[in-house]
Design a protein around this ligand. Structure first.
Ligand code: CDP
Ligand code: CDP
Length: 228
């Protein structure tokens, strides 16, 4: 019998987490949960209300007023804040450049982590973010820490932007990624860090398909060990 597992994928910005997590979930018929989208959705809602993003009580008041939800969709799942579809809006540069400020607020993390744990309780799950293996699903059977050189990650984001018709210089993207990684890795609450029992996967020279195959192989090994 193959039990449904929890698969936690963490790592820095643009390492390929959401792309591979989605494909792994599809292959295993598990649920996929993009936790970054939750922090982004709250950031967008707070920005729309023109709130100081360092003001934790004010940001928590916004969080209390909204419901963040997902609907399955192709090529990506849709993200909603209440009834408003925000799938594209949460990827805009101003949200990207402010999200780490909101994500550093301890009270915000506490509530979003609870929400994420409820989603995970439903069965087989692939969840990606920054603190999944360390804080959200500390008992996940499979933990992956996905990395790639910063130059490669900036190049990937650059290519993705060009596909979408956005033309931000490569050097600017690399700097934005470095600033966000630094904020995410140095915050006091649940900083981005590799869990002790996570497998490090360096994707710098790997294709998406190769990374997916690697994670599926690690998961299959784990299943075998659990069935012994
Ligand atoms: O996809 P990308 O790497 O650009 O980022 P994301 O996964 O959408 O996450 C956006 C931001 O949310 C991160 O830079 C973190 O500040 C925050 N985040 C977090 O703190 N914890 C998570 N579990 C997921 C995201
Ligand atoms: O979620 P995260 O920020 O870690 O990264 P992503 O949004 O999944 O991936 C960033 C970009 O890198 C996407 O355009 C992917 O198609 C691309 N990618 C790649 O070229 N090679 C990989 N091995 C993984 C992702």
């Amino acid at each position: 019998m193959t039990a449904a597992l929890q698969i936690a994928i963490d790592g820095p910005a643009s390492a390929g987490k959401s792309t591979v997590a989605k494909l792994v979930a599809k292959q295993l018929r598990y649920t996929y949960c993009d936790t970054g989208a939750m922090y982004r959705a709250l950031t967008l809602a707070a920005m729309q209300k023109q709130i100081d993003l360092h003001d934790e009580p004010a940001v928590l008041a916004v969080l209390a007023e909204i419901t963040i939800s997902f609907k399955p969709g192709e090529p990506e799942q849709q993200v909603f804040v209440n009834e408003q579809e925000v799938t594209q809006a949460i990827r805009q540069p101003d949200v990207t450049n402010n999200v780490s400020t909101v994500a550093a607020l301890g009270g915000v993390r506490q509530q979003l982590v609870q929400h994420q744990q409820k989603i995970a309780a439903a069965g087989g799950i692939v969840m990606d973010g920054r603190d999944i293996g360390t804080a959200v699903l500390p008992n996940a059977a499979v933990k992956i820490f996905l990395v790639a050189s910063v130059a490669e990650r900036a190049q990937r984001r650059y290519a993705e932007n060009i596909r979408k018709g956005i033309n931000t210089p490569l050097a600017v993207l690399q700097q934005e990624i470095e600033v966000r990684d630094k904020k995410d890795s140095t915050r006091a609450v649940s900083p981005l860090t590799q869990a002790k029992d996570a497998v490090l996967v360096d994707t710098t020279a790997l294709s998406i398909e190769q990374v997916v195959a690697k994670i599926i192989a690690i998961t299959n090994e784990k299943q075998k060990d659990m069935n012994k």
